[in-house]
Design a protein around this ligand. Structure first.
Ligand code: ZN
Ligand code: MN
Length: 497
């Protein structure tokens, strides 16, 4: 093994030295109106313990009633992630003690989850489509939240518990290390981003990692290339951002490779990512892993999902991101990279779709969204739902440019004003006198004026130099406040020179 100097080189050496196998368990909080087993509102913004009742606080004798919408959302996620939907399914109790878990168990699914055997296609490291295996998706309830008293977790002498989140519906999406597992940190990141995108598209979860609506645990193991068996894996729990996932995986792969290189074993264990030090630390070994003593919940009947229900969920499925990309490329001739940018976020994609029937030129529309509208949104710190310009006025502006009625430069300043004032484009064009000058006489007069003002430059061009003509075009544009048609101005100058 050659000694390497840079981290990048070391990375490459390690990539050849070991195969990486990564598997996720993703929890996503569902955006239902009410909780999973009671009528309490599912509202993350409510004050502490505003939305609680005997069921979600685990009072003796209180009985759970299943939220039908949560089941539909779980099935919707299952269909979007290409899963088989089980006809018969049931809930189980996962027993453990924690102060935020008032019943002493979590209602989850064990033997028969709603969804199994799915996949999610990403672009693999080889540039080819790679369907990553998903073992199962099950429905379960969230726990409450502990709020630790003043000071740090270690020094505070009290903690408070907020049960608003207790029994909020979650789906848990579990990867499959035997069926196309993720093979690199890059693939892991692509998988997570796409998972988040799809769950948002189908409207089951907002998936904000900052708000804890999307939480991921990740398993990682390495093995010499071509080896059939799996190495011992470590599981890293509860990472709060995609960046932390990436950093934790990088650190963990390097740590395991270091152990194997020096002939030491990797211990199967659960680890935590230390966000300050950017390293993973042991939390518990396989031997201390809790035994949850799962058993079927006797308070909840077995659920029979009939074919019609599942088919109805399938029919109501919105168009998924990959389908949208294909449609934009196929029907509107949008370049694939641009189509991917336009569809990354559903609100942007919907905006584009509402503009296309109003626009004569979809390619131009796409560029104006990606370049100019995104710039304004970024500057204002807004995302698409907060955009002050609707599809109609935006399309109208793009059409004004396409029809040559305003120049690109003028349209850009009109767009800025539309964004600020909410006025329609035609009004602004008139107010600011920005309609393009297409009148030949006016253009000719301005060209003649510029030639008269710069006789030296004109002489140079007549003497055989070509490039100073750009200067003269610029002077005419300036004279016209950006409203002259630059191509026509150039023609007129050439005629005279
Ligand atoms: Zn409740
Ligand atoms: Mn879970």
């Amino acid at each position: 093994m050659p000694v390497t100097s840079s981290g990048r080189q070391e990375q490459r050496v390690r990539d050849m030295e070991y195969e990486v196998i990564i598997c996720f368990e993703v929890h996503a909080e569902l955006g239902t109106k009410t909780k999973l087993f009671c009528g309490c509102r599912n509202d993350p913004a409510a004050p502490p313990n505003a939305n609680i009742c005997p069921v979600c606080t685990g009072q003796p004798g209180a009985l759970p009633v299943l939220n039908r919408r949560a089941v539909e959302y779980c099935v919707r996620a299952g269909l979007a992630l290409n899963c088989d939907i089980n006809a018969g399914s049931r809930f189980a109790r996962k027993n453990y003690f924690y102060p935020d878990l008032p019943k002493g168990y979590q209602i989850s699914q064990y033997e028969r989850p709603f969804c199994e055997n799915g996949w999610l296609e990403i672009e693999g490291d080889d540039g080819r489509p790679y369907p990553v295996g998903i073992r199962r998706i099950h429905l379960e309830e969230d726990a409450g939240k502990l709020v630790h008293g003043a000071g740090s977790f270690e020094t505070a002498d009290f903690s408070l518990v907020d049960f608003n989140r207790a029994s909020v519906p979650l789906i848990e999406i579990v990867g499959d290390h035997t069926r196309n597992p993720l093979r690199s940190v890059r693939e892991a990141r692509a998988f997570l981003e796409k998972m988040q995108q799809i769950l948002r598209y189908i409207g089951v979860s907002d998936c904000s990692m900052e708000k804890g609506q999307l939480r991921c645990d990740v398993n990682v193991s390495i093995r010499p290339p071509g080896e059939p068996g799996f190495g011992n894996r470590s599981e890293i729990k509860n990472m709060a951002s995609f960046r932390f996932v990436t950093e934790a995986l990088e650190h963990e792969i390097e740590r395991q490779a270091g152990l194997l290189r020096s002939g030491r074993p990797v211990v199967q264990e659960t680890r935590l990512f230390d966000e300050e030090r950017r390293i993973t630390l042991p939390m518990r070994s396989k031997e201390d892993a809790p035994d949850y003593r799962y058993f079927p919940d006797p308070d909840l009947v077995e659920i029979q999902l009939d074919r019609e229900t599942v088919e109805a969920v399938g029919r109501a499925m919105p168009e998924l991101p990959d389908q949208r990309v294909s449609r934009l490329v196929r029907d509107l001739d949008i370049p694939r990279e641009e189509a991917a940018v336009l569809t990354r976020d559903r609100a942007v994609s919907d905006f584009f779709d509402r503009c296309t029937p109003l626009c004569e030129d979809a390619t131009r529309l796409s560029r104006w969204i990606i370049k100019d509208l995104f710039r304004l949104l970024n500057q204002a710190g807004l995302d698409m739902p907060g955009c002050p310009i609707g599809p109609e006025p935006f399309s109208r502006l793009v059409n004004l440019v396409a029809g040559g009625e305003v120049t690109e430069q003028a349209a850009r300043s009109v767009l800025d004003d539309m964004f600020r004032t909410g006025k329609p484009p035609d009004v602004l064009v008139e107010e600011k006198g920005l309609r393009s000058i297409r009148d030949e006489k006016t253009l000719a007069r301005m060209v003649d004026e510029v030639l008269a003002e710069h006789p030296g430059v004109a002489a140079e061009i007549r003497g055989g130099r070509v490039e100073p003509i750009n200067f003269l075009v610029g002077m005419v544009m300036k004279k016209s406040s950006g409203r002259a048609d630059a191509a026509r101005v150039r023609e007129l100058l050439k005629e005279r020179l």
